[in-house]
Design a protein around this ligand. Structure first.
Ligand code: COA
Ligand code: AMP
Length: 629
């Protein structure tokens, strides 16, 4: 099979293409067809099939003889722990937790928030929800109480499952006080919480509301898998949009199973039984799709890694894990490789390990700079595959489909659209741009199986954010161009989203937090280029009339405010006070021009600028912060 043939097969007959892919999934009732168009443009896939995600990710592998194979390898340099959980072990653990949740009243459709560090129990909790048809919503541990509270209010969970703490190299992050604070802040209250007590920090439990993980399930019966409709939500995952209210991406069950399973062989080029490792976090979509679900659905061994690319204990950690556990395919964010390269530019640590099992390395989450790709390729001697996707889509949309055919790699491009997608570059009017010209990236509807079905509690926002500007198409929010060979190049976002260390963050959300500072009249947050993290947020605030306080103090308070409200993951370390912000005559803040000044890039004076002299003050303020670097 070649990429061209596979893509042409999808183009010629998408229905047959996806029904064939659905044949690799165990259905309790097979779907009569793939695409359901009754509610277009709210398309659905496999809606009349009945299926259970946990059965497909766990039980069927035990049944087919993989019971003794490792399902999860836990490798935690920060706690000096390693453990292996076989598929048979995993089945018992998941069924037991599901049984305990069911005894406490959790049933199909109930939401369960999961706030856990990178421990196998996080996957057990996700799968236990899937077993019951309950809808989990995992919240990344680097978010502060306020962000957790916003998600609790939106998802209205019956239960919350949390860890007592996460371990960062520099500190133990106590999750339980953050959870208590979030529940206090939220209007909605969960009926109960299950807390995994970790020896690094034992949390205080609230009587009658909180249950310790082991005690909670000690006497529970093993629960069976509950079949759900193909369009039943598997999970809600919140992601950054333009405002402080995150978007709750709803992932449908049937398409999720079919599409993820398809990618394991065709994109990631692994066979069942091999070891697959995505070094991300279960709080992100990469963690959902490629730490938890896809490898397990496909019968692979997945690695739960609790550590960082550097400092836990050295820049050889990735290579140690790969050699020790015989990783065949590895996935990380470019930032992680940049961090390793910075500490070990000659790749000396790589030479210390046997990486003979490794066949391919995949990068996503942010732009992969050609320097990093070339460095990794030279040092590792395997293809370094940049691929592009988003929380909304759930799995690679544009990539080099190594499992089908390794196409020529063009550093700087994630390559070509996968079956299901037909990326186009359009101008503001929706006209298609010629090859090489920049514009918004869109793809025709329907999106393929496993992509977002809607936004939780926000169907109008779903329609407005993605389907309205370019009718008949999904708007990705990214801008870029397609070259003569059909390769896509991603250049920028078209909205207020920035990408910090592969983490998607909203400058709009940060501005909402800064605007709440009592001395701040108006503000702007921009993403400036950062050699390690890709982008870094920088805040500018203008003070209310009559405020006569030390500007340094106010900047420090702004930094603290964002850390307290959004969390350390925002990596918001720099703010400054300016007298005015650069604006157009209609009042729009010229953030893109500010970014160009910070990056030392050429820029054209915007024709509509109200007062060009404001840019001098912005330039001077940026200089004091060290920009351009
Ligand atoms: N719980 C609590 N705090 C967390 C956290 C978690 N799960 N994850 C990160 N944080 C904190 C960090 O401790 C840090 O806090 P600090 O400001 O006190 O130092 C802050 O959030 C920023 O974290 P991070 O962006 O990870 O920066 P870092 O300097 O700690 O590490 C890298 C830099 C490059 C090593 C790291 O960002 C990395 O591994 N990136 C890869 C990202 C990735 O895999 N993304 C997933 C998408 S594929
Ligand atoms: P997330 O939803 O967190 O996965 O972030 C998705 C966004 O990250 C995309 O819309 C892009 O802006 C960016 N992104 C992801 N992968 C890539 C890539 N390979 N190259 C460039 N940008 C990427």
């Amino acid at each position: 099979m070649t990429y061209a043939k596979s893509y042409a097969a999808w183009q010629a007959d998408p229905e047959t293409f996806w029904m064939d892919a659905a044949g690799a999934i165990d259905w309790d009732r097979a779907p009569s067809k793939a695409l359901f168009e009754d509610n277009a443009p709210l398309y659905e896939w496999f809606s009349d099939g009945m299926v259970n995600t946990c059965w497909n990710a766990v039980d069927r592998h035990v049944k087919s003889g993989r019971g003794t194979q490792a399902a999860i390898i836990y490798d935690s340099p920060v706690t000096d722990t390693k453990a292996t959980i076989t598929y048979a072990d995993l089945q018992t653990r998941v069924a037991r937790l599901a049984g305990a949740l069911a005894q406490r009243g959790v049933t199909k459709g109930d939401r369960v928030v999961i706030y856990m560090p990178m421990v196998p129990e996080a996957l057990v909790a996700m799968l236990a929800c899937a077993r019951l048809g309950a809808v989990h919503s995992v919240v990344f541990g680097g978010f502060a109480a306020h962000e957790l509270a916003v998600r609790i209010d939106d998802a209205t969970p019956k239960a919350i499952i949390a860890g007592s703490c996460g371990i960062e190299p520099s500190r133990v992050v106590k999750y339980k006080p953050l959870l208590d604070d979030a529940i206090e802040q939220a209007t909605h209250k969960p009926e109960f919480c299950v807390i995994l007590q970790r020896e690094q920090c034992l949390a205080d439990l609230v009587d009658g509301r909180d249950f310790e993980w082991d005690a909670f399930q000690a006497d529970a019966p093993l629960a069976d898998c509950v079949p759900v409709e193909g369009n039943h939500p598997a999970y809600i995952l919140y992601t950054s949009g333009t405002t402080g209210q995150p978007k709750g991406v709803v992932r449908p069950t049937g398409g999720h199973l079919v599409a993820l399973n398809w990618t394991m062989r065709n994109v990631y080029a692994v066979e069942p039984g091999e070891v697959f490792w995505a070094a991300s976090d279960v709080g992100w979509v990469v963690g959902h799709s490629y730490i938890c679900y896809a490898p397990l659905i496909h019968g692979n061994t997945t690695i739960v890694f609790e550590g960082k690319p550097v400092g836990t204990p050295d820049p050889g950690t990735f290579w140690r894990v790969m050699s020790e556990h015989k990783v065949a395919s590895f996935f990380t964010a470019p930032t992680a490789l940049r961090a390793v390269k910075r500490e070990d530019p000659a790749g000396d640590y790589i030479g210390k390990y046997d990486l003979s099992a490794l066949r391919n390395v995949y990068l996503a989450g942010e732009r992969a700079d050609p320097d990093t790709i070339t460095w990794a390729q030279d040092k590792l001697g395997v293809p370094i595959i940049d691929h592009w996707w988003q929380t909304e889509l759930g799995y690679p949309a544009v990539c080099n489909p190594v499992g089908i055919e390794l196409l020529p790699v063009k550093p700087g491009s994630p390559a070509v659209p996968m079956p299901g997608y037909a990326m186009k570059i359009v101008n503001d009017e929706g006209d298609e741009m010629p090859a090489g010209e920049l514009g918004a990236i869109v793809t025709p509807l329907p999106l393929p199986p496993g992509t977002l079905q809607t936004l939780w509690n926000a169907e109008d926002r779903y329609l407005k954010s993605y389907l309205t500007n370019f009718p008949g198409h999904y708007e990705t929010g990214d801008a870029g161009y397609i070259d003569e060979d059909g390769y896509l190049f991603i250049m920028a976002r078209t909205d207020d989203v920035i990408n910090v260390a592969g983490h998607r963050l909203s400058t709009g959300a940060m501005e909402e937090v800064l605007a709440a500072h009592p001395d701040v009249a108006e503000c702007a947050v921009i993403g400036v280029s950062d050699a390690l993290k890709g982008q870094a947020p920088v805040g500018f605030v203008c003070l209310s009339a009559g405020v006569d306080r030390d500007h340094g103090d106010i900047a420090t308070e702004c930094v603290k405010l964002i850390r307290d409200q959004i969390g350390p993951v925002a990596a918001f370390k720099q703010a400054c006070v300016v007298s005015r912000l650069p604006k157009t005559r209609s009042g729009k803040i010229l953030r893109a021009t500010m970014v160009k000044i910070a990056d030392g890039a050429d820029y054209k004076m915007p024709a509509t600028i109200e007062d060009p002299t404001v840019l001098d003050e912005i330039g001077a303020a940026l200089k004091t912060l060290g920009y351009p670097g």
